[in-house]
Design a binder for this molecule. Structure first.
Ligand code: NAD
Length: 276
């Protein structure tokens, strides 16, 4: 099983590495001496992460990829194996948020969200796994689900649906890949202070600017950083965890949803009021 204390000679591929959790995880792996294959839909942002990683000595391939584009992901994986000859850790991190209940969410919203949050993970696994399995060296896959992927939130209906799907995919994949020595972890962060509060479309009634300000201020007050998430993700890889809730609220939501589902639903409904 992969150990991440010293990643010298290892290659880590991260999607959505231009900001937030993906950026911090890429830089942490670089500091632990990994070489990196990074992609993001924002080329300037991923180029900036790549430069920062090079300054600590990493070899980096970085490119613009939209993870919802299967062909582009296949090209990204091909370029990665051509450059480095291996991938030890694949992190399907790229994802987008969308605030709104079912009645506020259009079919176009659903397609956009499913394309990135679910199919992005499918495309990442599809493109990289054959090259990870083939040599028989083992490795690890990290998929970013969410606390909203273990306890549904009625103000994040479509988002929750995609993150539940990623959770289920990860659980099944973990069992399938075990004979190949490849671990799979579903990472379920709680409230993490990243740009996701600025970029997620907000649907429904009310003053959208006010709702965004409230959302951003809740995340900022919580103050849990992407850097802390990155450390906790690598700890979960070291322990080969199937599920990694991150931040106290995610542990509580995961635990409650398993132990006392009615109480968990009550708490989720109260929490959702914050997003209205
Ligand atoms: N921030 C949170 O509170 C939180 C909580 C639970 C789960 N997550 C999940 O963690 C992951 C990272 O989120 P974050 O908070 O760091 O968000 P972020 O917005 O800070 O970063 C996401 C990165 O992904 C990139 N990206 C977006 N769409 C893309 C696409 N189609 N193709 C390639 N790259 C794309 C963005 O450009 C950005 O650099 C996401 O999957 C998110 O759903 C975040």
């Amino acid at each position: 099983m992969l150990k991440t204390k010293n990643l010298a000679g290892r290659v880590v591929a991260v999607t959505g590495a231009g900001g937030g959790i993906g950026r911090e995880l890429a830089l942490l792996c670089a500091r632990r001496r990994a070489d990196l294959a990074l992609c993001d839909i924002n080329d300037a942002a991923v180029a900036e992460t790549a430069d920062a990683a090079r300054t600590v000595g990493a070899q980096v391939l970085s490119t613009r990829v939209d993870v919802s584009d299967a062909e582009a992901m296949t090209r990204f994986a091909g370029a990665t194996f051509a450059r480095f000859g291996r991938v030890d850790l694949l992190v399907n991190n790229a994802g987008v948020g969308l605030v709104g209940g079912f009645l506020d969410t259009s079919r176009k919203d659903w397609e956009w969200l499913i394309g990135i949050n679910l199919m992005g993970v499918v495309h990442g696994c599809d493109a990289f796994l054959p090259g990870m399995i083939g040599p028989g060296r083992g490795g690890h896959v990290v998929n970013l689900s969410s606390a909203a992927g273990v306890l549904a939130n009625p103000q994040l209906t479509a988002y929750s649906a995609t993150k539940f799907a990623v959770f289920g995919l990860s659980e099944a994949l973990r069992m399938e890949l075990k004979p190949h020595g490849i671990g799979v972890t579903a990472v379920c962060p709680g409230i993490i202070n990243t740009a996701i509060t600025q970029t997620s479309p907000i649907r429904g009634s009310g003053d959208i600017d006010q709702r965004r300000t409230r959302l951003a201020s809740t995340y900022a007050k919580r103050g849990y950083t992407a850097e802390r998430v990155a450390h906790n993700i690598l700890r979960a890889v070291d322990r080969n965890r199937a599920v990694a809730p991150i931040a106290a609220e995610a542990h509580a939501m995961y635990g409650l949803s398993r132990a006392v589902p009615p109480l968990a639903r009550w708490a989720a409904a109260r929490l959702a009021e914050l997003a209205k």
